[in-house]
Design a binder for this molecule. Structure first.
Ligand SMILES: [Zn+2]
Length: 655
């Protein structure tokens, strides 16, 4: 570790005073693991069983999963992305150690990048205080009314630090300038926007909620539009900064952290007012993602805080009836979009899904509205009425059908059986099949057989459960700052690393997205519209075809970056994350010629695979066709010959 300019004896004092279990405990829920040792889920790699150990007496931590380790300073450096000096300063402040610097004795304040994070946090603390004060002013009347109408009194506003950003262009800008912040620091803070004539306030005429990190530092703001003349989005958040990363920020986590760890439950709501309403109503485990969907990074954080630990605990119940592994309860408003969103959760890590619950208010109210209409207890009851996500998804699927008729029952069974068959945890399938029988009013054995058949046909086609659920069509992409609260699909869930065909398909898409200009035009042009076997990847291919400009990118007429932009622009919200992941996939080629060669062979492999598939489909069809049906039989024979010919010529060209 590089020696900082802080006096060595002060660094040692910080190391001595800082309590490792306390510091780590702010990020990881720890439990005893033998004498003098505690463990939890590693915050530095994604894991489901704890391999992150700390020894508070020794002041040392180590992860047996990823190999990271060190002392309390190293932990703070790594978790908060701080320099050594910054980490020591932060711990010194927390544990009341006065530090002195070796150089010049003036302190480090004149070094240019001194304590960037500290400066940004200071700017936010000042801004928060300023906004809070503004909420009491005459101009903030509209903001206070907004809060009152939603059932929040003055005390509630103070508890959550709600403030008001005045309408002017340079209110917070001037406050911060007056406190010695430079233009560069203002810009880096995200509190201002940069225009042609310099910087100006980002939040104007809005109610602002301080967004805090897990330890309670304010790192950003969410701001609600109040004025009619405000043409901005309804909610405007801090942009990505050195300290604010929306993919890993959860509003309310600082307040909910301890309760989440104690109750092994987290309630995910949709907005700032919902978090407030939930906490005030007594649901003290509520959080919300800010301006983005509840994603993989949020899952990791939530797991860590819940102390989610026992991999086999998903089915067992605690004494109070809750899963040992912890519950994640999503609240949705009851409309169809919410239900479709829920179905998409099938594409997430199924162990996470197995502990995921959905609470829907029948008349479509969110927790804030519900609290106003029916009081605190109604919010508590809503959360308690949660249903397992699987059940919610299955019941949503069959809700569209009239179960009073036999036709309806059969249709519903046909819709729901693949959903049950798609549950990767086989142990759960029979139980859900039984419940499905109950919901449908059908015989258990019939339902079990249907599930079994669906599972088998799925295995044959290689399709995945995710596609057995109708994908949301025509849903608009989520608007920035209007957060739907659901996980997004990951490539690893869509195609196994050990599936050779899937890997050829993924890599083919990766080359086409990353380096189309290296591919042979004729080969790309010859790819069939249904070239992909893995359905989610075919979904990506569909989008690429729909963009209509792949060949332009191949010939070099269109810049690859532009092409990717076009594809992402038209991609639906389910496919987009996959495309982004594939576009960033690391390919096994280190040089451009190697990548060109790889791309060429991938195009051949992809074509060959699709021809082989077509061949076997035709072959099967031929076997099923009665030879006495001469015309049809001949037609299939003819097509088989064509496919064979294509395969032969491809093999020849490959030599
Ligand atoms: Zn680790």
């Amino acid at each position: 570790m590089a020696q900082g300019p802080i006096r060595r004896s002060d660094v040692e004092l910080v190391r001595e005073r800082a309590r490792l279990d306390e510091v780590v405990g702010e990020h990881v829920t720890l439990r005893g693991a033998g004498i003098g040792s505690m463990k939890g889920l590693c915050p530095f790699h994604d894991e489901k069983t704890p391999s992150f150990h700390i020894r508070p007496q020794l002041g040392h931590w180590h992860c047996f999963g990823c190999g990271e380790g060190g002392d309390v300073i190293a932990f703070v450096q790594k978790i908060d992305h701080l320099s050594f000096v910054e980490a020591v300063e932060m711990l010194a402040a927390k544990y009341g150690v006065q530090i002195q610097y070796e150089e010049s004795g003036k302190g480090g304040g004149d070094r240019p990048d001194f304590g960037t994070r500290r400066r940004l946090l200071d700017a936010h603390a000042i801004a928060e205080e300023y906004y809070r004060e503004q909420l009491g002013t005459e101009a903030a009347e509209i903001g206070r009314r907004f809060l009152t109408e939603r059932g929040f009194d003055r005390e509630a506003a103070e508890r959550f630090g709600v403030g008001f950003a005045p309408e002017g262009w340079d209110s917070i800008t001037n406050v911060l300038r007056g406190r010695g912040f430079t233009e560069a620091e203002l810009t880096a803070s995200g509190l201002v926007s940069a225009g042609q004539r310099g910087v100006y306030d980002r939040f104007r005429g809005r109610l602002v909620w301080p967004i805090r990190d897990i330890t309670g530092n304010t790192i950003g703001f969410g701001a609600r539009r109040l004025l009619e003349q405000d043409k901005g989005p309804k909610y405007l958040n801090t942009p990505e900064t050195a300290i604010y990363h929306k993919s890993s920020v959860l509003y309310g986590l600082d307040l909910a952290r301890k309760e989440i760890a104690t109750q092994h439950r987290v309630v995910v709501v949709e907005g700032y007012t919902d978090v407030m309403a939930a906490h005030l109503a007594g649901v003290t485990t509520a959080v919300a993602s800010c301006g983005t969907a509840f994603g993989a990074d949020h899952v990791k954080i939530v797991r860590r805080v819940m102390g989610d630990s026992n991999p086999s605990a998903g089915l067992r119940l605690n004494t109070d009836g809750r899963g040992l592994a912890g519950e994640v309860v999503f609240t949705f408003d009851g409309d169809a979009a919410g239900q479709k969103a829920a179905l998409r959760a099938f594409e997430e890590d199924q162990r996470f899904v197995a502990q995921t619950y959905v609470a829907v208010e029948p008349s479509g109210m969110d927790p804030c509205e519900l609290r106003i209409a029916q009081g605190d207890q109604a919010v508590v009851d809503l959360v308690e009425s949660r249903r397992p996500l699987f059940e919610f998804a299955i019941r949503s699927a069959i809700a569209q059908v009239d179960l009073d008729t036999v036709e309806g029952q059969v249709t519903a069974l046909r819709m729901a059986a693949p959903v049950v068959a798609g549950i990767r945890d086989r142990a759960m399938r029979p139980e859900y099949a039984r419940r499905l029988a109950g919901w449908l009013g059908m015989d258990e054995r019939t339902v079990l057989r249907a599930v079994h058949d669906a599972a088998r046909s799925e295995g044959r086609s290689g399709g995945r459960h995710a596609e057995t659920v109708e994908p949301p069509s025509g849903t608009r992409p989520p608007e920035e700052d209007e957060a739907p609260a659901l996980p997004v699909p990951r490539l690893a869930d869509v195609v196994s690393r050990r599936d050779p065909v899937g890997q050829v398909e993924v890599q083919s898409l990766a080359v086409m997205l990353q380096a189309p200009q290296l591919l042979a035009e004729a080969k790309v042009a010859a790819l069939p519209d249904d070239a992909f076997h893995v359905l989610s990847l075919q979904g990506v291919w569909d989008v690429m075809l729909a963009a209509g400009t792949l060949l332009d990118a191949v010939t070099g007429a269109l810049h690859p970056a532009r092409y990717l932009e076009q594809v992402l622009e038209i991609a639906g919200e389910t496919v987009r994350p996959l495309i982004v992941e594939i576009a960033n996939l690391e390919l096994p080629a280190r040089t451009e010629p190697a990548l060109e060669k790889l791309g060429d062979s991938l195009m051949d492999r992809l074509t060959e695979l699709s021809i082989t598939r077509e061949y076997s489909v035709l072959k099967q069809r031929l076997q099923r066709t009665d030879p006495s049906d001469g015309e049809r039989y001949q037609e299939i024979l003819g097509r088989l010959a064509q496919v064979q010919e294509r395969r032969r010529s491809l093999r020849g060209a490959g030599d």
